[in-house]
Write a protein that binds this ligand. Structure first.
Ligand SMILES: *Cc1c(COP(=O)(O)O)cnc(C)c1O
Length: 420
């Protein structure tokens, strides 16, 4: 992955040693490479240009304003799944007409905000939601452009918690129901059905499920058009995986080829919604070793980052490579658990991981933490949110300062009927 390099035995992000950032900002800290994000965006947009597919960055992967702004500067639109993300995308300057809104439980307030902003497309996930959106739009004298999120019943072959395209998942409506939905939308004032969308899961390493999905989208798009519906767009979702073990992930050129083969001749506007693929490998979580605890059967490396900072290992069995920031070429000293200080057995960053001998005070880099890292963090155990840093060549900036613990305490209110 472009952006991270070992120089003089130490890990650097572009031209900035991680040790410099740790000294000045402290740990734990998320560090992202702007160059790596740009390179990923360029690779994807170059691959997709011939098929004319737009890129809507899935903001939930990393919603820092600087990251959204960087991708907006590159030309990305945004895929949002909440009113909060809509506000973030707008605040980062993403044009409203390049924003799509997905999610199974949009509230009336969120729908109203998106209508007021004039977003490009609502991806609707159920019939009740269609009725609700039509009602909200009518109350404003507006018309909402909608896509139907269909569930193609395709197995994305990814982790159970991030698969979304099987019949039993809560997302979308069974693809066979699309004609019923388009017929109902045609009867309703306030909505105009223009798209089919599908997002079958996340961290897909095999592209075949995409092909199966596109084949089904194609059949349904042709059927809907034959019935006279004004379908103009296909939203192909996100989910492109990255190589968490350091391997090459799926190739965007190969994805583009499948899009061209299955959908290229339809004359429909196409869009994709990648999140992880653009930012995942462009970030690390930097942690400092607090102490090393040699248990009866295990070496526990206790670090100052924890599950509240990066929950993927315990939530999804997510694998993140972990490496010392200095003296990178030391030999392994057997397996270790890398754990945080939180009072939960689920608080680990790695289990049974071959790791060199490390000492208290050393820095460790948890790789590929640019997506679903900082955005999923919490303040459990009264641990303030970790800061985020963006590196760009020789320059770097704190894009979210460390939250002071006073800010956490200051959020609470003690009623006056509790004694002081
Ligand atoms: C989460 C999500 C995405 C992005 O998923 P990635 O795996 O990060 O690419 C895209 N579209 C929708 C509707 C999503 O919910």
């Amino acid at each position: 992955m472009q952006g991270f390099e070992i120089r003089d035995g130490a890990l650097a992000v572009e031209n900035v040693p991680l040790t410099t950032i740790a000294e000045q900002v402290g740990t734990p800290v998320f560090v992202y490479s702007a160059g790596a994000i740009r390179a990923r965006y360029r690779a994807l947009s170059d691959a997709l240009a011939p098929v004319g597919a737009a890129i809507h960055y899935a903001v939930k992967a990393n919603s820092n304003q600087a990251v959204i702004s960087l991708l907006r500067e590159m030309g990305a639109g945004a895929d949002v799944v909440s009113g909060g993300e809509l506000a973030r995308a707008l605040a980062a300057g993403v044009p409203a007409d390049r924003i799509v809104f997905a999610g199974v439980g949009k509230t009336r307030e969120e729908m109203a905000a998106a209508l007021d902003a004039g977003i490009h497309l609502f991806n609707i996930e159920s019939e009740p939601e269609l009725e609700m959106l039509a009602e909200v739009a009518r109350s404003k004298g507006a018309t909402a452009r909608v896509g139907l999120r269909v569930n193609p019943d395709v197995d994305a072959k990814t982790h159970a918690k991030i698969t979304t395209g099987k019949a039993e998942n809560k997302f979308g409506v069974p693809i066979e129901r699309a004609p019923v939905f388009f017929a109902r939308a045609a009867e309703l004032d306030g909505v105009e059905a223009v798209a089919l969308s599908a997002h079958i899961g996340s961290q897909l390493l095999d592209l075949e499920p995409y092909r199966q999905t596109y084949v089904r989208l194609r059949e349904m798009a042709l059927a809907l058009r034959a019935e006279g519906y004004g379908l103009t767009q296909l939203d192909l979702g996100g989910g492109l995986g990255i190589g968490y073990h350091g391997q090459e992930g799926p190739d965007p050129q190969a994805l583009a080829a499948i899009i061209r083969e299955e959908l290229g001749d339809l004359g429909l506007e196409l869009a994709v919604e990648p999140g992880r693929w653009l930012v995942g490998a462009a970030g690390v979580l930097l942690a400092r070793v607090i102490l090393v605890k040699q248990g009866v059967t295990k070496r526990h490396v206790v670090v100052d980052a924890a599950m509240n900072d990066l929950i993927r290992p315990t939530l999804y069995d997510g694998y993140h490579r972990i490496q010392p920031v200095t003296g990178c070429d030391r030999p392994d000293a057997g397996p270790a658990d890398v754990v945080g200080p939180i009072c939960e057995s689920g608080d680990y960053l790695a289990k049974d991981r071959p790791l060199p001998a490390v000492e208290a005070g050393e820095l460790l880099a948890v790789r590929d933490a640019g997506a679903y890292g900082a955005v999923m963090s919490s303040t459990y155990n009264a641990r303030p949110l970790a800061p985020e840093v963006l590196v760009d060549g020789d320059r770097w900036a704190v894009i979210r300062p460390r939250q002071p613990v006073e800010a956490l305490i200051g959020l609470d209110r003690v009623p006056d009927w509790i004694g002081r």
